[in-house]
Write a protein of this length. Structure first.
Length: 315
């Protein structure tokens, strides 16, 4: 029995990552309709826009969905919490900060709480404070990453052994074989970001999708190590510029200006790959098509089952 599906009220073990600026309603609705958990990534979005998106989700799908709240980048957490409670959001995903003080507010409202963690200590703390589900994210993942740089393959079995609540694997998963591997390591589902950007429903610029499709194994880079703010990006002209400036000693203030939301929108939404950055995980090397979300999930389930049968002949 898959307790993750029961806990979240979904029918397939797929969770959409909370990607700021690119987790639009169209993609989240498609994920939820296909049996997964669609997620709105609110990032630094204005509270009015957040309210509009949540209401739109309620209107467009009867299925469960989540709102991802990156704790350390929201100066208005009280307003965000009140909005999520008042609009009866089924699930909230907490990332980029300490979730412990906020979990009780959501639990009291009947909202399921997912906590994104990067090590065993964080996972145990999240569970102790009432998290319903834990996402363990490996260093293969796109966007902001942990300073510990632990890979998914090593991280998932450690946390699976330590906690009792359902566990989701994130980072480096985007096909059926990866899904099966994550389940084998102790997860009950997978969270995907980069792979869902390369779908028809994702409202990003076509140049972003094509760049993901054409990328090879070495086409993501890490910037921000010098500032304790690691971010995995697709290796574009703008990413190369960022890395070169970092090596030359760019100030911390300038680094954060050049990796702010404005520059992300320029790259991801406007397709200006020389003026803004686009996040990408290492799974890009395995992306070779741009299907609908439904087609992606169907194929991943089919491939996982076929791979499971094949593995039985090897043991």
């Amino acid at each position: 029995m898959n307790h993750l599906l029961q806990t979240l009220g979904i029918t397939r073990p797929f969770i959409q990552g909370g990607m700021g600026n690119v987790s639009h309603v169209s993609l989240a609705v498609a994920v939820s309709k296909a049996g997964g958990l669609g997620t709105i990534g609110v990032g630094t979005m204005e509270i009015e826009k957040m309210e509009q998106m949540i209401k739109e989700m309620h209107e467009k799908t009867p299925h469960p969905f989540a709102v991802n709240v990156p704790i350390n980048v929201r100066p208005d957490l009280e307003a965000v919490i009140s909005l999520i409670k008042n609009l009866h959001v089924p699930v909230v995903s907490l990332s980029a900060g300490n979730p412990a003080p906020f979990i009780p507010f959501f639990k009291d409202a009947g909202t399921k709480v997912i906590c994104v963690v990067a090590n065993v200590k964080q996972a145990l703390k999240a569970e102790q404070h009432g998290a319903d589900v834990i996402v363990a994210e490996g260093f293969e993942a796109a966007g902001l990453n942990s300073s510990e740089e632990l890979t998914t393959f090593t991280l998932i079995p450690q946390i699976a052994k330590a906690v009792t609540v359902p566990l989701i694997a994130a980072g480096g998963v985007g096909n059926g074989a990866g899904l099966l591997a994550a389940l084998s390591l102790g997860a009950q589902g997978v969270q995907m970001g980069t792979r869902l950007i390369a779908t028809k429903e994702a409202q990003v610029h076509d140049s972003y999708k094509q760049a993901l499709k054409e990328a090879s194994a070495n086409d993501t880079i890490i910037v921000g190590r010098s500032y304790g703010h690691r971010r995995r990006l697709l290796n574009t002209p703008y990413a190369q510029e960022l890395l070169a400036l970092e090596l030359k000693g760019m100030s911390r203030e300038d680094y954060f200006k050049k990796t702010d939301e404005t520059h992300h929108i320029k790259g991801a939404i406007e397709g200006k790959l020389s003026e803004g950055h686009i996040n990408a995980g290492q799974i890009t090397a395995l992306i070779d098509d741009i299907p609908t979300v439904q087609e992606l999930f169907d194929e991943m389930i089919r491939e996982a089952r076929a791979q499971q049968e094949k593995l039985a002949t090897l043991l």
